[in-house]
Design a protein around this ligand. Sequence first.
Ligand SMILES: Cc1ncc(COP(=O)(O)O)c(C=O)c1O
Length: 428
Amino acid sequence: MPSRRSFIQKLGAVVGGTAFGTVSTVLSPQMLKAAERVATWKPQEVASDEAFWYEVRQAFTTSPNLINLNNGGVSPSPRVVQEAVESYNRLSNEAPTYYMWRVLDANREALRMNLARLAGCLPEELAINRNSSESLETIIFGLPLQRGDEVVLTKQDYPNMIQAWKQRVLRDGIVLKWVDLDLPTEDDKYVLEKFEEQFTEKTKLVQITHMINWTGQILPARKIANMAHKRGIEVLVDAAHSFAQINFKIPDLDADYLGTSLHKWLCAPFGSGLLYVRKPLIKKIWPLFGAVEPEGEDIKKFEHLGTRSIAIEQAIGHAINFHDFIGAERKEARLRFLKNYWAEKVAQMPRVKLLTSLKPQYSCALAMFAIEGKEPSEVDQFLFNKYKIHTVAITWENIKGVRVTPHLYTSLADLDRLVTGIEALTKS
Ligand SMILES: Cc1ncc(COP(=O)(O)O)c(C=O)c1O
């Protein structure tokens, strides 16, 4: 339970100046007052304090003309992060090679240290890049594998990763062993058995999607990883949705490799991500882009991406400040509170089926529902056309429904409108 003092210290981090004093990081006095008021409360108590979250909402610049409940796709950045990108970008344009490479990029190691603190690992284990796809595909394409070696993954994993693994099948003759999960589930034993069934003497790596993007199902990643490690199988975790949405540190998962986007739940600028590689394993992973020492032990060998936006990269630090200011536990509690708020109501409605467990260990912000007799696209379009609510219709493998993802700025009034819309549909 963070003390009042640590909350106020974190406020200091957000309010404090930044390089060049050009970025306005000052949150509103009302926001600071609201934060002070709840500083000693338990996260669960803050989760339902609308007055506090009203002030948090003011830190975002989201459209008043649309209720965005597809935050699972990508998160909006709070104003402080947007302003940092704009400011660093303007500075970069004054003399790109000087300001980008000599001035802004000089803060890269400080950023790496900040990210390492957030992730609970060593800075030397983190590479800063552009998204989960880049992180995870660095491992997928960089892991030395022989013809016939096996990799275990699920049919419910993200398409980019599945496509990358299939490409390795074509190029290198590796073998994919598929876990097909019946979701939702509240049974860890079932999940473990499904993975274990696919492990053989030839299995070299298992890919675990920590939070399944389609339905929000949280998998028991650590238990699967422990089981794999006992058999000498390495573990790659896709943490695109879990990182900075649920409160955990990378070592909690016992992963060898982990990739995430920072433009999802950290609310960092679009096109920011990180890759974690357990230190002794860095050496054996080939970088996607050539490096001076491709077989070296320096994590920076994964950062030879060519010219990219240093403004985006450096603004990640402001997103970390904002995340720290809210507090990881408070954030998780609020997101789960919002999900439960709408999901518990619609679960009672005739013809509505919830496709996500409401138990806290199995879901957080993301949840999926279906209406008997309605196609997901019909539901999605109805909600948008009649209520200006933006959701996402999903049909993937054995999953069919509409995913709803609120965010920190979502109001209860927004969710009431969603519930009204779903109810209207069930009656049509
Ligand atoms: C589970 C999962 N993995 C990977 C990704 C890819 O993320 P990005 O597009 O940021 O690379 C996504 C994107 O939604 C995802 O949901």
